[in-house]
Design a protein. Structure first.
Lengths: 443, 229
């Protein structure tokens, strides 16, 4: 059914229907004409044979009748005025053919007659019926019929083939446009559809679609610029507030009891800064317009530098940060986008820092999965109560039930970025510990 | 240090200057590129903090103009533009460092201290031990003629160890000098960084004698195997 719904299928169907109907009508007309001609010539042949046989009929002194041929049926009747008709001969079963000739018991028949005078001088009529089988004519007609049938089938096949070829030729530019269109993502770059120089509707369609892509690209660029501007607008006041807090914190006359409160505010402001980044990344992710700059990078160096960066906050919060690197792995070079992976790792580390109970450690492990050869980093921390359904944690924050706790933006975002790098985050809860593993293919 | 803060956001500039003064530095401010160029040309600053989005000429233009005028004052870019492409463009234009807004003020102070530690003309620019060389000017490390790719942290660690060759450097001293933390780190990052350094320094050269030594219970030591014999 799908094939019939395609343009090419419909073209084939229409061609075949038109060709088929025309061939069928013309064939039927021809078949009838040929049948009439065949029957006429058969009648003529039968009539001349009957006349020849009538010539040979003699009624006096002895009745003489020429015998009919193998396939022929004969009846000869002599009618003399004032006497009962006298039958000279009839073939078996050929008793009463119609008076005017025609079809009789599966035979084609003709009637011929001759007038003469009887030996007694009375007017006399000799009537002769000759019949033969109609099979020869039927066989001829059958051959004509099958010839026309084959012609119909042939013309249908030819029509379908021609329509198919024509369709393929005509639709080729459309197919190319479709293939190219599949390659163009949600945020079109400089890719455009091929415009065939055919001067037809297909060219017009490609041109119109390309104009639409131009507008989409302009829109995407506008969105990018807007996001960059928004980022700038949001980060500047954050920088002002953070720096203001830090400077206030350093003031020599600051009462000591205010220190922890200011630190907590600075911590929250930094988190806000990360959230701004995350929201900007999310808006691009949702539009499927997050470009990934895949480059070889050292996963161990990235993790260590981020651990260094967050270490002051771990210390301030009273959580240890323990790192282990599997030294048997020769290299931790992976292919990925350093900026986006930084977002993932910062999210994982900050989550662990926030949820680890006081005075416990957050573990960061680097290693290689023996089965797949993929490199990974795993962040794990103790938890005070079970997290329940882990799949809920990576549900999009805007899809999750707003009243449920824990389904935040960070893990969802990190999971999407991890998926874009080849594998989703692996979440695990066991023996009072929660761990998240980021897996990356080796370079 | 005498520092020029080029920032058009008045309150941020004020906070930064105030914070720098509290941290013992001298700070001046400029809210546009032209003023910044003029001030940098007339006053010998030790460092310039440069915003990228400025009215008139942008930060990158200011940086290029500085270098064209022969002003080699080290520049740290402080910008809300956080993409890697902006960082690369900034560093390529001649900045020594790039700090993304919003930043932790302590991090800014730490980066200024890193600037301060840069070698002066009177200092020996290359530290050596056996076949190991550390070039402070070009921030290049090589062993047996082969260049090693070190992170900033590894470079700082190696520099510290190379400044006390053949002597044990305690973890406390490493924490103080490299992480600027004066008591318990609350982490094993030092061990892990040193292990990473050992991987690049010694394990990458299985045919050469190892240079980095762990002195259990004390600390770490870089030693020259020839001198030990």
């Amino acid at each position: 059914m799908k094939a019939l719904r395609s343009l090419r299928g419909q073209l084939v169907l229409v061609f075949a229907l038109v060709f088929g109907t025309v061939t069928l009508l013309a064939g039927t007309y021809q078949y009838r004409q040929v049948g009439r001609v065949l029957r006429q010539s058969d009648d003529q042949r039968l009539r001349s044979r009957a006349l020849a046989l009538l010539e040979q009929v003699e009624t006096y002194p002895q009745p003489v009748v020429a015998l009919p041929g193998h396939d022929e049926h004969l009846r000869v009747l002599v009618e003399t005025t004032g006497q009962a008709p006298r039958e000279l001969f009839h073939s078996p079963g050929f008793v009463a053919p119609p008076a005017a000739g025609g079809e009789y018991a599966g035979l084609r028949t003709v009637l011929v007659a001759r007038s003469q005078t009887s030996e007694s001088g009375q007017p006399q009529r000799v009537r002769l019926w000759l019949g033969h089988s109609g099979a020869a004519v039927a066989a001829d007609l059958g051959r004509v019929r099958s010839g026309l049938g084959w012609a119909l089938v042939g013309s249908l096949a030819l029509a379908a083939l021609l329509a198919g070829a024509l369709g393929r030729q005509a639709l080729r530019p459309l197919r190319r446009i479709s293939q190219q269109a599949q390659r163009i993502g949600a945020a079109p770059g400089s890719e455009r559809l091929p415009e065939p120089a055919t001067g037809d509707e297909v060219q017009e369609l490609a041109h119109t679609l390309n104009q639409m892509l131009d507008r989409l690209q302009a829109g995407a660029e506008l969105q990018d610029n807007f996001l960059a501007a928004a980022a700038h607008e949001l980060r500047t006041p954050l920088a002002v507030a953070l720096t203001g807090l830090a400077v206030t914190r350093q003031a020599p006359d600051l009462p000591a009891r205010l220190g922890p409160a200011l630190d907590a505010q600075a911590d929250e402001l930094q988190r806000l800064g990360r959230l701004v980044d995350d929201f900007l990344t999310v808006s691009r992710l949702r539009a499927n317009a997050l470009p990934l700059a895949h480059q070889p990078l050292a996963l161990d160096e990235l993790v260590l530098s981020l651990a260094d960066r967050l270490l002051p906050r771990f210390r301030a919060a009273g959580r240890r940060l323990d790192l282990t690197v599997d030294e048997h792995v020769a290299t931790y070079i992976v292919v990925g986008d350093a900026d986006k992976l930084t977002t993932v790792l910062l999210n994982l580390l900050e989550n662990a820092l926030r949820h680890a109970p006081p005075a416990t450690a957050v573990q960061v492990h680097l290693g290689r999965e023996p089965a797949t050869g993929w490199l990974y980093t795993e962040v794990s921390n103790a938890i005070q109560q079970s997290l329940g359904d882990l799949a809920r944690l990576t549900t999009a924050y805007y899809q999750a039930d707003v009243l449920s706790s824990g389904a935040g933006l960070g893990l969802w975002l990190s999971n999407r970025i991890a998926e874009l790098h080849g594998a989703p985050l692996a979440l695990r809860e066991a023996a009072g510990h929660f761990s998240v593993r980021l897996r990356l293919p080796p370079a | 240090m005498r520092i020029l803060v080029v920032e058009d956001e008045a309150r941020l500039a004020e906070f930064v200057r105030e914070g720098l003064v509290l941290a013992g530095h001298v700070a001046d401010g400029a809210d546009n590129g032209a003023t910044a160029l003029e001030m940098a040309a007339t006053t010998p600053y030790d460092a310039i903090l440069l915003d990228l989005m400025l009215p008139g000429q942008n930060g990158l233009d200011v940086l290029r103009n500085l270098r064209e005028f022969g002003i080699t004052t080290p520049v740290i870019i402080v910008s809300a533009l956080s993409g890697t492409e902006h960082v690369i463009r900034g560093l390529d234009a001649g900045a020594l460092d790039y700090l993304r807004k919003p930043f932790a003020f302590d991090e800014l102070l730490a980066r200024l201290r890193t600037l301060q530690r840069r070698p002066t003309a009177t200092e020996v620019p290359v530290l050596r031990l056996a076949d190991l060389e550390l070039d402070l000017v070009h921030r290049r490390v090589s062993r047996a003629g082969q260049v090693l790719s070190l992170t900033n942290r590894e470079f700082a660690l190696l520099e510290l160890l190379l400044r006390s060759p053949n002597r044990v450097v305690t973890k406390t001293r490493i924490a103080e000098k490299v992480w600027e933390v004066d008591f318990d780190m609350g982490s094993n990052v030092i061990e892990v960084h040193l292990s990473q350094l050992r991987r690049k320094l010694d394990r990458a050269f299985p045919n050469l004698p190892p240079l980095l030594e762990t002195v259990i219970g004390h600390g770490y030591r870089l030693h020259d195997p020839a001198a030990a014999r």
